[in-house]
Design a protein around this ligand. Structure first.
Ligand code: PLP
Length: 372
């Protein structure tokens, strides 16, 4: 099997798996209890928070554990709205993940206004576009760090600066970026950042929200006093430990992983070009390493995906969360990709575990399916 859907999820890092085991089998105490048996789990949470904070240049107090990207995004969009009695506006983009877009739709139904930025045809959200619609009545701007379908990396620092010039807070959904490109929250200046462990070789169902110290956000999960009373629920110690180890490993190997993945990406694309296969690569020049969105005119992306599946190759037609939906995705619509190309789109997402043989196998399979 060739797994080339790393934007959907990734294989768990073997060291992360080993690090998780004791917290499930022997040291399974509830970190909130006061007896000695709870001290180990409590210390493990402290260490994991420290590790994660270091990886993104934050302070440990600014890291809040959540169940993943969806929860972190919902927390910011809804928590920010619900802590604002004036019902000021949220600005987001038309190419966000549904975790942001559907959370925005939910606050809109409750009367909180939301405005949507249109990307360029390469999928970029420009600071100029934000400047045009931001007003003194904007409370929050939420623009993803990098797109999950086409890979475009956004000018996050510049967008954040525009938000701050207008006294608005800035959130970035960095679920596809954390552990794959260098992230420094100080340099970016962002107030909130969402991340999800299973996208960076950590376990599923765990993630975190970076919340800049002193930034107001009302809690999203009400209940116990965990996470400084900001996010209730017994901590998933094993998953949190696994997430920290996976992130640390990916961050330590960032440059070498990026080089390896970029080489695979280049060889796959040159194989297709040399074979005379006509394709369009979406997302412009500044994309996430290994995230390759390709469109073939007049061929069904779904048919390509199924043919590849029969050859033992996993790719996606749109975003994984959309896999039941055969409609053209909201992202491809927003970048105004002509319908003939949009319907013939596949997303190949390579990761650190992919090999040169994998890239060659994908290219060979595509050459068989799509004739020049
Ligand atoms: N945001 C982006 C950009 C994503 O790609 C995803 C998952 O595909 C999510 C949010 C949701 O993350 P999770 O699967 O951890 O809920």
């Amino acid at each position: 099997m060739v797994y080339a859907d790393n934007a959907a999820t990734t294989r768990l890092d073997a060291e992360a798996f080993e690090a998780m085991k004791p917290w499930l089998l022997t040291e399974y105490g509830n970190a909130s209890q006061l007896y000695a048996f709870a001290r180990g789990p409590k210390k493990a949470l402290t260490k994991a928070r420290q590790t994660i904070a270091e990886c993104i240049h934050a302070n440990p107090e600014e890291i809040f554990f959540t169940s993943g990207g969806t929860e972190s995004d919902n927390w910011v969009i809804k928590g920010s709205a619900f802590s604002d009695s004036d019902q000021n506006a949220t600005i987001t983009s038309a190419i966000e993940h549904h975790a942001v877009l559907h959370a925005c739709a939910a606050i809109e139904r409750l009367g909180y206004p939301v405005a949507y930025l249109t990307p360029t045809t390469e999928g970029k959200i420009t600071p100029a576009a934000l400047r045009e619609i931001i007003t003194p009545g904007t409370r929050l701007v939420s623009v993803m760090y990098a797109n999950n379908e086409i890979g475009t990396i956004q000018p996050t620092r510049e967008l954040c600066a525009v938000a701050h010039e207008n006294r608005a807070r800035f959130h970035t959904d960095a679920v596809q970026a954390v552990g794959h490109v260098a992230i420094d929250v100080q340099e970016l200046g962002v107030d909130f950042l969402s991340a999800s462990a299973h996208k960076f070789n950590g376990p599923k169902g765990i993630g975190f929200l970076y919340k800049r110290a002193g930034t107001e956000l009302c809690p999203f999960m009400d209940g116990g006093a965990q996470e400084k009373q900001q996010r209730a629920g017994t901590e998933n110690v094993a998953a949190i430990v696994g997430m920290a180890v996976a992130l640390q490993n990916n961050c330590r190997q960032l440059a070498q992983n990026q080089k390896h993945i970029r080489e695979l990406e280049a060889s796959l694309l040159s194989e297709l070009t040399n074979a005379g296969i006509p394709f369009v690569r979406n997302g412009g020049n500044d994309t996430l390493p290994g995230l390759i969105s390709l469109s073939f005119a007049g061929v069904s992306g779904e048919a390509i995906m199924h043919r590849l599946d029969l050859m033992g190759i996993c790719v996606s037609t749109g975003s994984a969360c959309d896999s039941v939906n055969t409609q053209v995705s909201h992202v491809l619509n927003a970048i105004r990709l002509p319908e003939a190309y949009a319907k013939g789109t596949v997303r190949i997402s390579l990761g650190k575990n992919n090999t040169a043989e994998d890239a060659a196998a994908i290219a060979a399979a595509l050459k068989q399916i799509i004739k020049p």
